[in-house]
Design a protein around this ligand. Sequence first.
Ligand code: MN
Length: 292
Amino acid sequence: MKTKNIEKIISPPPVHFVGDGFRVHNFIPGVYPLSMARMDPFILLDYNSKYFFPPTDKPRGVGVHPHRGFETVSIAYRGRIAHHDSFGNSGVIGEGDVQWMTASSGLLHKEYHEKEFAGSGGDFHMVQLWVNLPAKDKMSPPKYQPITNDQMGKYILPGNKGLIEVIAGSYNDVKGPASTFTPMSMLNARLKKGAKADFGFPAGYNTAALVIEGKVLINSTDTVPADHFVLFMNDGEQFTVETEEDSIVLIISGEPIREPIAAHGPFVMNTKSEIYQAFEDVESGKFGHLEE
Ligand code: MN
């Protein structure tokens, strides 16, 4: 297999707040020419690098907002997130867990630090990814896949040098629980110091790695510190990750959908008129209702 070379190592861009609870570096669509189309089907990546939130009795978060046309995938590395939506669904994303929400035809929801976590305060560390849907699935009914850590596929590296958590796709025949609309892999590599792991994906898949903790050496050439994002070229299939210290790396790779993208705020559709329709449908109550 040919090496998948690095196109760009991207430093964390300046933070901004989403609501008052998510202090994020926005990598996609972001600073480097990293458009929604470049990382298709991964059209947005907000990264809350590890940050201490002091105790509060009023949980921080983001109030009622709609989504249509894609999926939101929330990965909680530290801290817990609570959510409620306009169809009566609610839940808590625990530490180490993932929530895969298919917003598709549309819903309103709010996302907050979970009450007890907010009350005690603590380190908060999470990723939210937006995964695009093919045109034919954009108006399918919304659904949730709560993926707890114990449901993830786990590949133990030889010599007990760490493990690969498989959220979606597979790693060395270990499969992840997420059902996806298009082929993709989403992996958490939890690597101990001195580990070496190979990753293989089709050359045409858009592929990236985000160093969540620690420091890694990629393809034996490039050292990548925590909170940095590695965009791979579409030139080969395989890359290696070695660790100089205990590290966590999120790895995403997916087959591009290659359809037109019309995006406005919380709506990602194929045409402008579908965006206008989304605004109208929120107004007319088709997304349901949710109290602040
Ligand atoms: Mn949201």
